[in-house]
Design a binder for this molecule. Structure first.
Ligand code: NAD
Ligand code: UGA
Length: 465
């Protein structure tokens, strides 16, 4: 098909974890649209155009290969993309600011602003500009000012369309979302633009699942959704600490409370703490906004969610230290899993980073194994002092180790031959199951001392007498 024969041209700026999968699904579901994904990173675009895509996500490869070169294109020619686009999704990174005012909390909006200026300079016709990146509430105001900062006749209509996909399930989340959220201005041109975006999604999403709101509610809802999800994890992790003191079992508690439909069963898995590029960043962003608006008690309330997360990681390491006779010097610890969750190679803000750094500070010999995240792990720990190894084979990683610390619940780890692993380890051999993935009783019977999270220990010391 030539460009003219496509019904609409969609551009996405930012070929990352969001831009890549979301546009792949749109291209698959809307064959009459031309979808182009652009990025400033040539290596990233080259990877999207190769057989080895830059991100690992179940179901992504076949969907990309199905439409790439037909109605899905990856390119670094951002200006060409802007010129031909009717709808521009902006999906650039919005990390936590590391400098100046708001450092450590506020969002760094430099990438968003840069692309807004480029759109303004290059565009020759009216565009719908969609905020797909997660941004502070009222960011559309700033975007609008930049886009309309001269007297050009080009009109830009800004929509907010935050993304709720989770990594590892990005394709399913995109193809069968709980909801799609679209925020617009309540003006004739705002509502017209909104309807155009609704039309894109209703190719496959039932109309009743497409929620439309004003711009500010949409922007804020994204931060609130992540804050609520993260808050549930910190809540259950705080309960795990009480469980370990009282011989209660956090999984039993989760089940008992989750059956209450007012509470619900999801996101109540206790663990070593939440990771990923967004939860921490988005809560801190909300904390910053609250402080900015003088809502100090509200800011403190949400800041505690992040604090509890740090406490959870710290508690996990302290438990290892305490159990291994208060010294880790020279002891080999096999770290099972480095990705921030299974089914992704992404390690951004992964609890494993903090945990490994703490173990290395105690002078442990850390051997990390992960099916998809070893490259990223090596980058994350580059320059960190201490003995650290990367080993794809979990059996080799455990050889001679005093303990296994399971940090990411890859299902591969569930099916290993733990008798073989036990036989190859230093004794006494311990397993700290930071995600409650494994069969603890079976491991205990093999001979391991087992330390599940938020559950009674199963160790042979206390059961000897
Ligand atoms: P990412 O870092 O993987 O991708 C962002 C991409 O934007 C990078 O490849 C970068 O090179 C590119 N970029 C930056 N400035 C550019 C410019 N001026 N022109 C062209 N390309 C540019 O980030 P991500 O994980 O895809 O997240 C993107 C946004 O979506 C963030 O705001 C994030 O908070 C939000 N979000 C992420 C997830 C997730 O699961 N990762 C889920 C929902 C929302
Ligand atoms: C999360 C949200 O789930 C998405 O809706 C959102 O779009 C995305 O953030 C974002 O804005 O970036 P993601 O971080 O990819 O998605 O993955 P989650 O499944 O939410 O897991 C995040 C972290 O929480 C992981 O480290 C995971 O191990 C941890 N977690 C999750 C728990 O410790 N317990 C749980 O019960 C659930």
């Amino acid at each position: 098909m030539s460009d003219q024969t496509f019904k609409k041209n969609i551009l996405c700026v930012g070929a990352g974890y969001v831009g890549g999968p979301t546009m792949t699904v749109i291209a698959n579901k809307c064959p009459e649209y031309k979808v182009t994904v652009v990025d400033i990173s040539q290596p990233r675009i080259d990877a999207w155009n190769s057989d080895e895509l830059p991100i690992y996500e179940p179901g992504l490869d076949e969907r990309v290969f199905n439409v790439r070169g037909k109605n899905l294109f990856f390119s670094t020619d951002i200006n060409k993309g802007i010129k031909e686009a009717d709808i521009i999704f902006v999906s650039v990174n919005t990390p936590t600011k590391t400098f100046g005012e708001g450092a450590g909390k506020a969002s760094d909006l430099q990438y968003l602003e840069k692309i807004a200026r480029q759109i303004k300079e290059v565009a020759e016709s009216d565009k719908i500009v969609v905020e797909k990146s997660t941004i502070p509430v009222r960011a559309a105001e700033a975007l609008e000012r930049i886009l309309h900062s001269d007297d050009s006749k080009t009109h830009f209509e800004i929509l907010s369309n935050p993304e709720f996909l989770a990594e590892g399930t990005a394709i399913d989340d995109m193809e069968a979302p709980d909801r799609v959220l679209i925020g617009s201005k309540d003006t004739p041109s705002g509502l017209k633009a909104r309807d155009q975006l609704v039309e894109v999604y209703t190719h496959w999403v039932p109309r009743e699942r497409v929620i439309t709101t004003n711009l500010w509610s949409s922007e804020l809802s994204k931060l609130v959704a992540n804050a609520f999800l993260a808050q549930r994890i910190s809540s259950i992790n705080s309960i795990a600490a009480i469980c370990e003191m009282t011989q209660a079992d956090v999984q039993e508690v989760s089940r008992a409370i989750g059956k209450d439909t007012r509470i619900g069963a999801k996101f109540l898995n206790a663990g070593v703490g939440f990771g990923g590029s967004c939860f921490r960043k988005d809560i801190l962003n909300m904390v910053y906004l609250c402080e900015f608006y003088g809502l100090h008690d509200v800011a403190q309330f949400w800041a505690q969610v992040v604090k509890m997360n740090e406490y959870s990681m710290d508690r996990f390491v302290k438990r290892i230290l305490r159990t291994l006779f208060n010294t880790l010097v020279g002891k080999k610890i096999a770290v099972y899993g480095f990705a921030f969750k299974p089914d992704t190679g992404d390690t951004r803000d992964a609890p494993a980073i903090t945990i490994c750094k703490s173990l290395l500070r105690e002078k442990a010999h850390v051997c990390i194994t992960d099916p998809h995240a070893l490259k990223n792990a090596a980058l994350d720990l580059e320059g960190v002092e201490g003995a650290v190894e990367y080993e794809l084979d979990p059996y080799k990683a455990a050889e001679g180790a005093h303990a296994i610390a399971l940090v990411t619940e890859w299902k591969q780890f569930k099916d290993l031959d733990y008798k073989r692993i036990f036989d190859s380890m230093s004794k006494p051999a311990s397993i700290f199951d930071g995600r409650n993935l494994l069969d603890h009783k079976a491991l205990y019977d093999i001979g391991f001392n087992v330390y599940p999270l938020g559950k009674p220990d199963l160790d042979h010391f206390q059961n000897e007498d």
